[in-house]
Ligand binder design. Structure first.
Ligand SMILES: Nc1nc2c(c(=O)[nH]1)N[C@H]1C(S)=C(S)[C@@H](COP(=O)(O)O)O[C@H]1N2
Ligand SMILES: [Mo]
Length: 355
């Protein structure tokens, strides 16, 4: 039978539906912004129920004048648009050996777009900040239970003052020219460039300035690198994204014809910028530079790269990509294993067979 009107539409890859955790199929991250339907989704709890209280943002704690901003007031403040990629700290977790706890993300827990909002620092022009302030805590409207500690918790995270007051740290209300979609934090979410995305708190409810260091479980239990299996020795917090790259094409385990192929992918880093991506088509014996596409309008996004490969020998072969940044960082052979599986960034490898 002939089938009509078959729409071949790629979908997100589902890790879990309750709460919703879905990743982007990496080979569909073609352009430089991620269409909403492919934007990865990561949630610790069920979606909060949208209520009128969501349209007020409280700023309190060690400020001179505590204040509540209405949504409309925030929309009326001077705006800033910044193109920022978000990457989940657990992106590529499934590559860790031995396996670690947490959602077994492949390579697609990342997306990017233009975020429009108000620089967070603008709000503090209205409230002031007391001299003793050390951190700023961001509370989301979503709450729920944890498996390790009893009680009901909100999703809450803090930032050091200097990162919070960076001019590109935003209270965002638009993504790619549309009001933020509910699942990505409508009406207001924090956007923290360069940090893993756990810092970009969705459904902002309250901002508190504190003079200590925040100890909520999403700060002091989760999002900590624990390099040792059974002890907490050597632990330190997850902050900026590691240098990383992903091969989008060919796909892992692809079967290719002999001839010229385009190897293509993306590379990114949480500090400085990508200066080089190298490709090996012989499992790391020799490396050749890929062509980096010109940097666009933001230092906070991935760069696209391509490499033309003449596959003239039949057989199996491993293709690797390795990025270097302006801070002198380079992707390692092996990522630092850690108990919760954060920050995987080893050299990317795909296996192909040429026939
Ligand atoms: N309120 C709230 N904010 C949150 C989270 C959450 O569960 N609740 N998850 C964080 C994590 S771990 C990630 S990776 C990003 C995911 O953002 P997205 O769903 O818009 O892609 O949101 C962050 N902000
Ligand atoms: Mo995340």
């Amino acid at each position: 039978m002939k089938r009509k009107n078959v729409h071949v539409k790629p979908y997100l890859l589902t890790k879990k539906l309750l709460p919703e955790n879905q990743e982007t199929p990496i080979h569909f991250l073609a352009g430089n912004i991620t269409p909403l339907s492919y934007f990865y989704k990561r949630n610790h709890f069920s979606y909060p129920k949208l209520m009128t209280s969501f349209f007020h943002l409280q700023v309190e704690g060690n400020v001179k004048v505590p204040r509540t901003f209405s949504y409309n007031e925030i929309l009326s403040l001077p705006t800033k648009t910044v193109k920022v990629m978000l990457e989940c700290a657990g992106d590529k977790r499934s590559s860790f050996q031995p396996k670690t706890f947490g959602e077994q993300w492949g390579e697609g827990a990342l997306s990017q777009g233009y975020w429009k909002g108000v620089p967070l620092r603008t709000l503090f022009q209205y409230t002031g900040i007391r001299g003793s302030a050390k951190e700023i805590v961001f509370e989301g409207h979503d709450t729920g239970m944890r498996t390790d500690i009893t009680g009901i918790f909100a999703y809450e995270r803090s930032l050091p003052i200097d990162k919070a007051l960076h001019p590109d740290t935003l209270v965002a209300y638009e993504l790619n020219g549309e009001p933020l979609s509910f699942k990505h934090g409508y009406p207001l979410r924090l956007i923290v460039p360069q940090w893993y995305a756990m810092a970009s708190v969705k459904w902002l409810k309250k901002i508190s300035v504190i003079d200590g260091s925040f100890q909520g479980p999403f700060q002091a239990v989760d999002y900590i690198y624990y390099p040792e299996k059974n002890r907490d020795a050597g632990k330190y917090p997850v902050t900026t994204m590691n240098i990383n790259s992903t091969i989008q094409q060919p796909l892992d385990l692809a079967i290719l014809d002999k001839g010229v192929h385009t190897i293509q992918g993306i590379a990114w880093t949480g500090e400085g910028e990508i200066t080089k991506v190298e490709i090996s088509t012989n499992d790391g014996e020799t490396w050749m530079p890929a062509v980096l596409q010109p940097k666009t309008d933001s230092p906070y996004t991935w760069v696209n790269w391509t490499f033309f490969w003449n596959a003239n020998a039949k057989g199996e072969c491993t293709i690797l990509s390795r990025a270097t940044d302006s801070m002198g960082r380079i992707q390692p052979e092996e990522a630092l294993w850690n108990r919760k599986g954060y920050g995987y960034h080893a050299i990317c490898r795909v296996k192909v067979k040429v026939e």
